[in-house]
Design a protein. Sequence first.
Length: 114
Amino acid sequence: QVQLVESGGGLVQAGGSLRLSCEASRGADRIDLMGWYRQAPGKSRDLVARISKSGNTNYANSVKGRFAISRDDSNNMVTLQLSSLKPEDTAVYYCFAFAGKYFWGQGTQVTVSS
C-alpha cells in the first residue's frame, strides 16, 4: 500500500503563489503516475496536473501556464507550484499516485482571497 503525505497549502491573496508537496512511502518504487486533483465545495474532483515516471506532464486547461508539476523520484516526491492564483483555484487539493491502482493523500486546503 502506497501512503501519501501532503504539505503546503493555506491562504493566499489573488495573484500570489503557493507550493504543494506530496511524499510517497511504502511501495513508492511501484508508482508510475503521480499528480494532483482538486475539489471545490459542491463540485466534482477534477484533475489539475499529472506527471509520468518518464516526466511527461498534463495540465488542466484552467491552470496551464500558471501551475507547474515536478517529480523527484529519489525522494519519492511530487511538487505542484501554484502561481498567479485566482479565487476560483480555491479547493481541497489531493495528491494521487498510480501503482496498479490509485492511492490518495488526505487533501490540503488552498484558499485564494480576492
